[in-house]
Design a protein around this ligand. Structure first.
Ligand code: DAH
Length: 360
């Protein structure tokens, strides 16, 4: 067996040189573990004579304490070194600029829908909805558009398929939001004040037409609604929507099967240097169709035309979005080009409200 000074020398040197926690643990086991060199020596004390034990006992105890202390000290030193490493490795420059996180934008059509909903809500209109796949009765018949009526052809309708042998008239992709008038009348009765924004479909594609586009329908029914109220409502809307103090609307006699009389509505504007100004100038721009709801339409909606009357209007949402935000090409609305969306889109927090931005 090694003498105590040699053991001491051997372990203290090895402990001081231990490179990591595993090496240190191996040394602890070799010296002080159950079968460690020093533990075995202590166990051997039992076989010694009393005199021998008196010398060897304290010496071994002293050695054990010394090695214990050396292990602790080395462990602390290793831990310090590890912490030092981590602090160096995980160092963070808090002055660096943040990484940009790409945020989506609100599509101009969605934004304009929110805007017009806020404006009409302020005038007491609630939002009504209907399906985009519509029966031909709701899309045409109920709106006083007879089967042989030219409007059916003019609308460039998309028809759905019927199963073989099913001879019912095919459903259509609604060609306008007007069928929601009928659905709202049936669901709510009179009096009634609703708008119905949504998607509509026509087989048409050029610079100013896309097969899917958006309209907003308006419908007000009461005992004595007049065209004067239609005009005021539309003027109020245009003033708030285009954020101008003065607007002038011109009603041109027109024809729609679902209104009598019918009017197309133009707004006074100017196109100076390619720049559109609403409310001033010598040009007129058509923005919507409107009229007094035809008695046949009221009846189709379950409302007695001898008791009630009302006005209706239909307006292209994409078009008024282009006018308000200076967007030149309609087709770009639906091409999902990220550069276009980032340029013309709105921040998610840019919520339209009558108090912020929409002047009245
Ligand atoms: N539905 C018509 C269209 O799509 C627009 C329209 C005109 C709607 C007159 C109306 C209205 O409610 O009264 O061309």
């Amino acid at each position: 067996m090694d003498a105590i000074p040699e053991l001491r020398e051997k372990y203290l040197q090895a402990i001081a040189a231990a490179a990591d926690m595993d090496a240190l643990e191996a040394l602890r086991v070799a010296a002080l573990g159950k079968k460690g060199e020093i533990s075995l020596k202590m166990r051997a004390l039992g076989q010694m004579s009393a005199e021998e034990r008196q010398v060897a006992g304290p010496a071994l105890n002293g050695l054990k304490a010394e090695i214990d202390a050396a292990l602790k000290a080395r462990r602390a030193a290793l831990e310090d070194a590890m912490l030092e490493e981590r602090l160096k490795a995980e160092w963070l420059d808090v002055t660096l600029p943040g990484r940009p996180r790409p945020a989506g934008t609100i599509h101009p059509v969605s934004q304009v829908m929110e805007e017009l909903t806020a404006i009409f809500a302020d005038m007491g209109f609630s939002v009504a909805e209907g399906p985009q796949i519509e029966s031909d009765w709701y899309n045409f018949d109920a709106l006083n558009i007879a089967p042989e009526h030219p409007a059916r052809q003019e609308h460039d309708t998309f028809f759905m398929h019927r199963a073989e042998g099913d001879n019912r008239p095919p459903h259509v992709l609604r060609t306008h939001t007007s069928p929601v008038q009928i659905r709202a009348m049936q669901a709510q009765g009179a009096p009634l004040r609703v708008i119905a924004p949504g998607r509509v479909y026509r087989m048409d594609m050029d610079q100013t037409h896309t097969p899917m586009f958006h309209q907003v329908e308006g419908l007000a029914i009461d005992r004595d609604i007049t065209m004067a109220q239609l005009k005021w409502t539309l003027e109020e809307f245009c003033r708030a929507f285009f954020e101008v103090d003065q607007v002038e609307l011109r009603f041109r006699a027109s024809h729609f099967p679902f209104t009598e009389p019918s009017a197309e509505v133009d707004i006074r504007c100017s196109w100076e240097g390619g720049q559109l100004k609403i409310g001033e100038g010598n040009d007129w721009m058509e923005i919507l169709g409107s009229g007094m709801v035809h008695p046949h339409v009221l009846r189709a909606g379950g409302i007695d035309p001898d008791q009630w009357q009302g006005f209706a209007f239909g307006m292209g949402i994409d078009r008024i979005a282009m006018l308000k935000y200076g967007i030149p090409d309609l087709r770009a609305f639906f091409e999902s080009d990220l550069r276009w969306l980032r340029h013309y889109g709105f921040a998610a927090l840019d919520q339209p409200s009558l108090a912020a931005g929409l002047s009245r």
